[in-house]
Design a protein around this ligand. Structure first.
Ligand SMILES: C[S@@+](CC[C@H](N)C(=O)[O-])C[C@H]1O[C@@H](n2cnc3c(N)ncnc32)[C@H](O)[C@@H]1O
Length: 233
């Protein structure tokens, strides 16, 4: 029997909506989102067409929250096509406000579970992927909800170019260990760290997120992992 596709099983556990959107946020969702939103068809996504021409590289951010990191990267790297995935509509509205402010044109959005999008991304097409502060789901009965899993690591390994970089951060000690355990047993990625500073501090081209700032404010010490997609045999 073939593996059920993401569309056939439950994969999203978090909220899709929070507080009612303000008028300005509603306007962004109605006017700006349709222009940037990716339509998922049965076929593979054609990345150059999606971005209106060949980009220098293609990046993917999974669960961008309020979009602080994504908006910063889009503005700093205008020649990169960046896809953001976020099912929480209030976060999408926050990102749209940031893009309106900084004028970045190189972002496209998927407002549903990343798993559904990854299935439609061509193999060996993504140069860099970010999973920043994914929901930790601390109860052991909820661990199966965690985004970092053998299945999702394999799915990312398929779409990432050899030598591409996967960045994952968390403030949750148990999830930090879980992420390392899953990544180190993967045949497809190599951990970049040589000394503790390599995962305890954020590189200069990695701006902080809202969730991260809250965690640091509570005295937590996040970890910042960087893995390289191994060369294919
Ligand atoms: C703890 S928040 C972190 C948000 C942001 N990265 C930050 O650091 O501020 C995790 C985010 O992942 C999103 N998320 C959860 N499951 C997801 C999935 N399957 N695909 C894409 N995003 C998802 C949630 O809606 C939420 O916004």
């Amino acid at each position: 029997m073939s593996r059920p596709q993401a569309k056939d099983r439950r994969i999203l556990y978090g909220r899709r909506r929070g507080k009612p959107l303000r008028k300005g946020q509603q306007r962004l969702i109605e006017h700006d989102l349709p222009r940037l939103q990716i339509t998922i068809e049965e076929e593979e996504i054609d990345l150059p067409s999606l971005f209106g021409g060949e980009a220098r590289a293609y990046w993917l951010e999974i669960g961008f929250g309020g979009g602080e990191h994504l908006a910063w990267q889009a503005n700093a790297n205008p020649d990169v096509g960046i896809i953001g995935c976020e099912p929480f509509v209030n976060g999408v509205a926050m990102l749209l406000a940031k893009l309106e402010e900084n004028g970045a044109q190189n972002v496209r959005l998927h407002t549903d579970a990343a798993e559904r999008l990854i299935e439609r991304i061509p193999s060996e097409s993504i140069d860099r992927a970010f999973i920043l502060f994914p929901d930790p789901w601390p109860k052991s009965s909820h661990h199966k909800r965690r985004f970092v899993s053998g299945e999702n690591i394999n799915a990312l390994a398929r779409i990432m170019k050899s030598g591409g970089e996967l960045r994952i951060a968390t403030d949750h000690t148990d999830y930090g260990a879980w992420i390392l355990w899953h990544m180190l047993r993967s045949d497809h990625f190599l951990w970049q760290a040589e000394s503790p500073d390599d995962w305890r501090s954020r590189p200069a081209d990695w701006p902080p997120t809202r969730y991260e700032m809250k965690a640091v404010g509570k005295g937590l010490r996040p970890v910042y992992y960087r893995f390289l997609r191994k060369n294919r045999a």
